[in-house]
Write a protein that binds this ligand. Structure first.
Ligand SMILES: Nc1ncnc2c1ncn2[C@@H]1O[C@H](COP(=O)(O)OP(=O)(O)O)[C@@H](O)[C@H]1O
Ligand SMILES: [Mg+2]
Length: 278
């Protein structure tokens, strides 16, 4: 479903570039050509993920986690290598096509990126308004998404009166309201205390159980539970290790999941369209 083949990313040294910021897609570099200056944010990364899998990307700050997610979301272009999402060659697509493909992806940010002058309902409705859904459908879907994240009674509230955990749940409702097949989360619990973090993780588990592929970038290893998931470890932009973590192993990886540049992850696929918001 998702495949990175020998992907490298070197940011062009533009003054004022902000590390970690989500920026709009830049002009594509020519395929196969690596910009000449700067240290690679990612080097020769290869892996594949199956539909319905639950995945963590871990690594120290600056390891390349956000870059990997941005490449996957088509918000950045690879400097070299190939990226596939459901048979779409993202590295070859025009920006306009990438925008369409991104409708299949829900994205959750550490700082939730809510609009503070709009109600909770309006924040969650935003992706549906952008994709020009009908009013009735917007009302139904937003109501269902808010119910799923436990905020059905806060639809009319303004974000600033909510707790940090509640605000993050609004961000998650907004990410799933378009019924994406993939949920990408960049440090989704970075601003939350451990109790709230685990509530948020449970929500991701819930969507995953409905068939959604989940990919969470985090440097917080306490989030990694013993339940089944895949883990991709980045170190200085390189894939250090990855592979399946089976149930009840207390986080120990099997011997056959040793360091490898090409990792075929083996999560069980879940068939059928996600039906988690209605
Ligand atoms: N927009 C950018 N412009 C230039 N360099 C960047 C940009 N974003 C990230 N980097 C650099 O790429 C490397 C990986 O960063 P990032 O993907 O944000 O790592 P992580 O999310 O693991 O902290 C770092 O060295 C960072 O400084
Ligand atoms: Mg990051």
């Amino acid at each position: 479903m998702i495949c990175f083949d020998n992907v490298s990313k070197i940011y062009s040294a533009s003054p004022g570039a902000v590390s970690g910021a989500i920026v709009s897609a830049k002009k594509p570099l020519r395929r196969g050509k690596v910009a000449s200056s700067g240290k690679p944010a990612l080097s020769n990364i290869s892996f594949s993920l199956q539909q319905g899998s639950f995945n963590f990307i871990t690594g120290h700050s600056g390891a390349g986690k956000s870059t990997l997610l941005r490449l996957l979301a088509g918000l950045e272009r690879p400097s070299s290598g190939e990226i596939y999402f459901e048979n779409n060659a993202l590295h070859l697509l025009k920006d306009s096509r990438l925008t369409g493909i991104r409708e299949n992806m829900g994205i959750v940010f550490q700082d939730n990126q809510l609009l503070y002058d709009r109600s909770v309902f309006d924040n969650v409705a935003l992706p549906l308004i952008i994709s020009r859904r009908r009013k009735r459908e917007i009302i139904d879907r937003v109501t269902a998404a808010l119910k799923r994240v436990g905020l059905a009674d806060r639809a009319d509230a303004m974000p600033e009166v909510l707790s940090g955990g509640e605000q993050q749940r609004v961000g998650i409702a907004r990410a799933v309201v378009n019924r994406p097949r993939v949920l990408l989360a960049d440090e989704p619990t970075g601003n939350l205390d451990p109790g709230m973090s685990h509530d948020i993780l449970r929500l991701f588990r819930h969507f995953n159980a409905a068939g959604v592929t989940v990919i969470i970038a985090t440097h917080d290893l306490t989030l990694l539970e013993t339940r089944h998931h895949n883990r991709l470890v980045l170190k200085n932009g390189q894939l250090h290790s990855g592979g399946p973590v089976p149930d009840q192993t207390n986080g120990q990886r099997p011997a056959n999941a040793a360091a490898s540049t090409t990792t075929q992850w083996v999560a069980e696929p879940v068939n059928g369209a996600p039906d988690y918001v209605d």
